[in-house]
Design a protein around this ligand. Structure first.
Ligand code: PHE
Length: 355
């Protein structure tokens, strides 16, 4: 009789303990304790031999029932726990599909590229076509054909990166272009080659990176962009240069922008000039950006030197032309009062994201 009472207690204890089980770990612990090899109900089976013979079938039968009942209860609990876990996960990880999406970070064009493209699109409207020339140049194109012979003092205007070691005569032949002007020769030669006896007129814009061997400071960088313009044809005069450039700056900086030309020197133009625009920061009244002068220097220009025309395959007795060169970064610096050119290639997003 004792064993039967014991089994009833085992049953009740087991079910009671199971009702407190709240997670998978506790459930496993419960299984080991109540259905494992040393569980009380299993011990009843082991002791069966010691019970009086006539009671053994009854005890065995009841022990089996208790074991099955505990097993069934265990299964039920296991299923219930799984359900609850799923429910919890569904609530905790619920997706609100009505929330606005997270915007992916979008890149943008570098301010120098933005301004470069703006200049090119304005020149494009004025009938210039873009001519892309190389960044690694021959000394011949960068200097000599532009009327700057070796050892000419004008070379000191543009400190140069040489790409190879000196030739036997001490000269270098490959350089990083110091300006976009060598593209003038390349464009003229390509155009004149199409019809050497009667070369076609040219109206091109030459954009791109230039390099100078300089100490990097707030005012000078080793790399910067330029946009060059070149017009060659018959009867091109200095007034075409003035008219074209004045029109360009009005499109670029506003219809009322005033300009002035000052004489200057470049070996590849004659005469040469520097063009100023009325300070677009103070409107010409005089401020820190224009250093109280009311004017900003924005490009160099001039009539293409006869020797340069000749080098390009254009007979200077029949053809004339003008050229100009400007710096997109410098324009941005003036316009936005940026006082340090190093920001442009410093790769600091706090600077770049403002454009
Ligand atoms: N190449 C000159 C410079 O870099 C600018 C320039 C271009 C001047 C074309 C005249 C004509 O300073």
């Amino acid at each position: 009789m004792d064993e039967l009472q014991e089994l009833e207690k085992i049953r009740q204890d087991g079910l009671a303990a199971l009702s407190h089980v709240a997670d998978e770990a506790a459930l496993e612990a419960w299984r080991v304790a109540h259905l494992g090899r040393n569980a009380p109900v299993m011990q009843v089976f082991s002791r069966l031999g010691q019970a009086p013979k006539e009671l053994r079938p009854k005890i065995g039968q009841v022990a089996n029932q208790v074991k099955q009942e505990l097993e069934a209860a265990f299964q039920e609990r296991a299923t219930a726990l799984k359900q609850a876990a799923l429910q919890r996960a569904l609530t905790a990880e619920r997706l609100d599909v009505t929330l606005p999406g997270r915007r992916p970070a979008r890149g943008r064009l570098h301010p120098a590229t933005q301004n470069l493209r703006r200049i090119l699109s304005i020149l494009g409207e004025m009938g210039f076509q873009v001519y892309t020339s190389r960044e690694v140049e021959l000394d011949e194109y960068n200097f000599q054909l532009l009327n700057i012979p070796p050892h000419h003092p004008a070379r000191e205007m543009q400190d140069t990166f040489y790409v190879e070691s000196p030739q036997t005569d001490g000269s270098y032949s490959v350089v990083l272009r110091t300006h976009t002007s060598p593209g003038q020769i390349r464009a003229m030669r390509e155009f004149s080659a199409t019809n050497p006896d009667n070369p076609p007129p040219i109206r091109v814009a030459l954009p791109g990176m230039c390099f100078r061997y300089e100490q990097i400071t707030a005012r000078s960088e080793v790399q910067f962009n330029q946009v060059e313009g070149l017009v060659v044809g018959r009867h091109i005069t200095f007034s075409d240069l003035k008219g074209t450039l004045s029109d360009f700056v009005r499109r670029m900086f506003g219809q009322n922008t005033r300009t002035r030309f000052r004489s200057d020197y470049f070996p590849f133009t004659e005469p040469s000039a520097e063009m100023d625009v009325e300070c677009f920061v103070c409107g010409g009244k005089g401020c820190a950006v224009c250093k109280k002068s009311g004017w900003l220097e924005i490009l160099g220009c001039g009539m293409v030197h006869p020797t340069v025309l000749q080098n390009g395959g254009y007979d200077p007795r029949k053809y004339s032309g003008f050229a100009f060169g400007m710096g997109p970064e410098r324009q941005i610096m003036l316009r936005h009062k940026i006082n340090d050119i190093r920001y442009f290639w410093g790769n600091d997003l706090r600077f770049l994201e403002q454009f």
